[in-house]
Design a protein around this ligand. Structure first.
Ligand code: NAI
Ligand code: ISE
Length: 352
């Protein structure tokens, strides 16, 4: 079963037929940490994009970011979606707000790049899948940026080539230095492991059919009551077994790695990012600080591909609403398993 609307971003097809004179006028909704980073990307880097407005429920923040980039401040995000001088939207608000904003953008017929997660439950994501199907054309891309990372693309190509035979295991580790205030035990799954869920679907081309989450002893660095780390076991349709160590208070750095074990070979990505040095002082590398550093190039490519697709009129070149829905369904099963310790099956139902 294919797991993606647009599984492999391809430079040549993405650029075919776009209108070279057309600048896509983009508004960023939610200009906190990610929204500001994306606003900068659109204003300074993405070819064919024009950042025209920012919008955030925090009025002072909207005004400050608008002034920084010399664009319009629109205080009501719904007004930004409806604005005739805005062609496309980036949604970088918290996950619980995504359903309403994405549905409004679909009603307005505007292309959207929505940060992960598409929404925080399978029911709400399913509503978006159905709404987009009713409209009959893709408009929503989901911000699973790892699909644009060179390592993930290489690993996917290796699996697809069949050179190593069938994949048997994927061992994943996802480690963050610290968590934002009020990060809950469920958010390890909903905010962090959601990336592994999408990566596994991207790498194997299969749906995930069952999940089990185990909470071992918690680190003393975790805030009171936070179950951190957790260990997630997932099974794909053909029986590939995936384990994820999710550990979000390591205190010192950001690390995302995957090891493939296949019938005739093994491969690893994410082990050593950046420079590795060797001198009389010893051998070593640097520690990646956070996701903005680790996946900076992936976000850049994600945005360029998305804008190229909007200019070409295809609107999406990457994970779409079905990918967002499937990830939400697996994460909901994971949250259920965290409560009971049981293996929980995932039933996605029919794809419209
Ligand atoms: N792809 C990735 O690697 C990452 C993705 N994210 C995702 O990006 C999104 C934003 O996360 P952060 O920037 O960390 O959050 P943040 O809390 O730093 O910023 C969110 C902003 O949205 C604003 N906001 C809240 N409700 C709003 C509404 N209804 N309309 C307009 N603005 C609203 C807040 O005032 C705030 O300024 C989330 O969906 C998160 O999961 C976050 C970190 C990394
Ligand atoms: O999306 C992200 C954050 O929201 C999440 O909290 C981190 O764990 C992820 O590594 C990052 O990519």
């Amino acid at each position: 079963m294919s797991t993606s609307s647009n599984p492999t971003p391809s430079p040549d097809t993405a650029r075919e037929g776009y209108d070279r004179d057309r600048q896509v006028r983009v508004a960023v909704l939610g200009v906190g940490m990610m929204g500001q980073d994306h606003a900068r990307r659109l204003a300074t880097l993405t070819v064919g994009a024009e950042l025209v407005a920012v919008s955030d429920v925090d009025v002072a923040r909207t005004d400050a970011v608008a002034a920084e980039f010399g664009v319009r401040a629109i205080h009501d995000p719904k007004a930004a979606i409806a604005d005739p001088e805005v062609d496309a939207l980036v949604i970088a608000t918290p996950g619980f707000t995504h359903e309403e904003l994405v549905l409004l953008a679909l009603e307005a017929g505007k292309p959207v790049l929505c940060e992960k997660p598409l929404t925080t439950s399978p029911e709400t994501s399913r509503r978006i899948v159905e709404k987009e199907a009713e409209l009959g054309r893709p408009l929503v891309q989901v911000g699973f940026m790892r699909r644009f990372d060179t390592g993930y693309q290489q690993l996917r190509s290796l699996i697809e080539s069949g050179e190593y035979g069938a994949p048997l295991f994927l061992h994943c580790a996802h480690r963050n230095a610290t968590t934002p205030p009020n990060f809950s035990s469920e958010q390890l799954m909903l905010d962090s492991v959601v990336h592994e869920v999408d990566s596994v679907r991207f790498l194997t081309g299969e749906e995930i059919v069952a999940v089990r989450v185990i909470a071992p002893r918690s680190t003393t660095a975790a805030p009171e009551g936070l179950l951190d780390p957790q260990f997630v076991i997932m099974e794909t349709e053909s029986g590939v077994l995936v384990d994820v160590e999710i550990f979000v208070n390591t205190t010192f750095g950001y690390e995302v790695r995957t090891e493939l074990v296949a019938e005739k070979g093994q491969a690893r990505i994410g082990l050593h990012e950046g420079i590795v040095t060797q001198s009389a002082a010893g051998w070593g590398g640097s520690i990646t600080k956070d996701f903005k550093e680790r996946f900076g190039a992936a976000y850049d490519l994600e945005f360029q591909r998305w804008i190229d697709a909007v200019r070409a009129g295809t609107n999406v070149d990457g994970p779409g609403v079905w990918d967002g829905y499937a990830a939400a369904a697996v994460c909901a099963a994971g949250v259920e398993s965290l409560k009971t310790g049981q293996r929980v099956e995932v039933d996605l139902g029919a794809r419209p």
